[in-house]
Design a protein around this ligand. Sequence first.
Ligand SMILES: NC(=O)c1ccc[n+]([C@@H]2O[C@H](COP(=O)([O-])OP(=O)(O)OC[C@H]3O[C@@H](n4cnc5c(N)ncnc54)[C@H](OP(=O)(O)O)[C@@H]3O)[C@@H](O)[C@H]2O)c1
Length: 267
Amino acid sequence: MNISKITIIGGGNLGTSIAKGILAIDHFNKQQLTVCEKRLARAKQLVEMGFQVVENKISEAIEDAEIIIVSVKPQHFRSVLEELKPLLKPEQLLVSTVTGVTLNEMAAVLKEHPMIRIMPNTAIEIKESLTCLCFQSTTREQELVVTTLFNALGKTIVLHEDQLDAVTVLGACGIAFALRFIRAATQGGIEIGFSAEISQFIASQIVKGAAQLLLENGTHPEAEIDKVTTPQGVTISGLNEMEHQGFSSSVIKGLLTSFNKLSNGDK
Ligand SMILES: NC(=O)c1ccc[n+]([C@@H]2O[C@H](COP(=O)([O-])OP(=O)(O)OC[C@H]3O[C@@H](n4cnc5c(N)ncnc54)[C@H](OP(=O)(O)O)[C@@H]3O)[C@@H](O)[C@H]2O)c1
């Protein structure tokens, strides 16, 4: 990868995950990444984690940065944009992770500056994110640079911005939904005889394996389910009981609840 320097503004949950992922990319070294963090205690933690940190000085943090990733809460985004406005060089690409703030709202401040809205998830720290990208005022070359970066941190899809709320729910909140399944399976595993540690290991590995089956074979989930559900067998009995208790329905309803909340302007 040919990116000389990346700056992340906001070293919170997601900013730190992105920073960890970037440093795990082959041939990318610590001097090529700067994290700018406002909160003193958090900045100290980031230094202890081994990151090059600039405390709350955006002007200093973005010097020579080819890509600037802003990862602050929506309520802080406007002031960060206003601060960036007189500092940004035309060639510096601005990437926002901020939920619910549109490219047009960003353009109201930054005009024609090249901007990218992304929606990654926290698995970015182990380079397994699903990152959705939306571009505005960018050249094909700039789009390629950003796509290459996020492909090194997992998988990417380019979508129209009006699908970003949906991808936020399925692709970012979805991490929490999948983790809750793992937690529930772990609890069940403990009840049938495993230690918490072994149970969680088994539950995590089966989710990883199930996902890999679909991704690598390109099959439908039901085709893979059919392979393990013997007539009158134990798997179908358990699976049907889960459905009687509303398993699929509660997952779908949960997704819709999150989506409706986001569409109503909640972040
Ligand atoms: N977490 C996720 O999985 C996820 C996924 C996709 C998108 N997002 C979006 O990504 C954004 C960041 O989320 P998060 O969970 O990482 O938030 P977070 O933990 O609150 O992190 C944001 C950090 O940025 C700091 N900050 C605020 N203004 C700053 C400034 N001017 N300069 C430098 N640092 C500044 C904050 O400090 P203070 O606390 O002192 O303000 C905080 O430490 C949000 O807009 C969120 O909607 C999150």
